[in-house]
Design a protein around this ligand. Structure first.
Ligand code: SAH
Length: 204
């Protein structure tokens, strides 16, 4: 699996090491075990998906992480991405809007020994109590960059978020240069499940 990621342009050794070390099969349902190391998104509970390994690697690489950074993830899902951040030595905060997924991911991360702070809430408004973050990662599609999220970045902090419509989005990297100054980069096309909540898509 990791060799394919290198072929597709993932060069950050720390990211590749983390993907080698986190057992993806521990984050998906038993019947899908055989597929766990294929480079594809797979269904989890509540009609959601665990992102494809390339997408996890791509978003993680864009964060330009250094150990000890405080990172907020929106959309815990299975907990896989949060585990990748934790093994890389980050202080991880993750928010999930679906209660069942939140409960499952929290106990799974604990059982597997990953130190991750989980919260059940609408992450489209971030997690204000622990701001500012060095990095914020959104693992669901947003209609526009949520102001609430970029405002929870520290100066120099990076927000990685897929922005667009329901059928496809472009990856955006928003860097906070100063209190009221942000720089945006628009990168490749992806397809994520929709972000719900106040600043997400109003799909119920
Ligand atoms: N990062 C996950 C995959 C996420 S799929 C993993 O590694 O497995 C997107 C997730 O975002 C879903 O679990 C969905 O329930 C969640 N989500 C959607 N809208 C949300 C919101 N407003 N706040 C928090 N989580 C949300």
């Amino acid at each position: 699996m990791v060799a394919d990621l290198v072929a597709r342009g993932i060069t950050d050794e720390a990211v590749l090491t983390a993907l080698r070390s986190v057992p993806r099969h521990g984050f998906i349902e038993g019947a899908l075990d055989a597929e766990a190391y294929l480079d594809k998104a797979l269904p989890i509970q509540s009609g959601q998906t665990i992102s494809q390994p390339f997408t996890v690697a791509y978003q993680t690489q864009l964060l330009k992480l250094r150990p000890g950074m405080k990172v907020l993830e929106i959309g815990t899902g299975s907990g896989y991405q949060a585990a990748v951040l934790a093994v890389m030595g980050m202080r991880v905060f993750t928010v999930e809007i679906d209660r069942r997924l939140y409960l499952e991911a929290r106990s799974r991360l604990e059982d597997l020994g990953y130190a991750v702070n989980c919260q059940h809430s609408d992450g489209s408004s971030g997690w204000a109590a622990h701001q500012p973050y060095d990095c914020i990662l959104v693992t669901a599609a947003t209609p526009a960059v949520p102001d609430a999220l970029r405002n929870q970045l520290g100066i120099g902090g990076r927000l990685v978020v897929p922005v667009g419509g329901l059928t496809s989005q472009r990856m955006m990297v928003v860097t906070r240069l100063a209190k009221a100054e942000f720089q945006s980069e628009i990168l490749h096309e992806f397809k994520f499940v929709p972000l719900r909540g106040k600043y997400g898509f109003q799909t119920g």
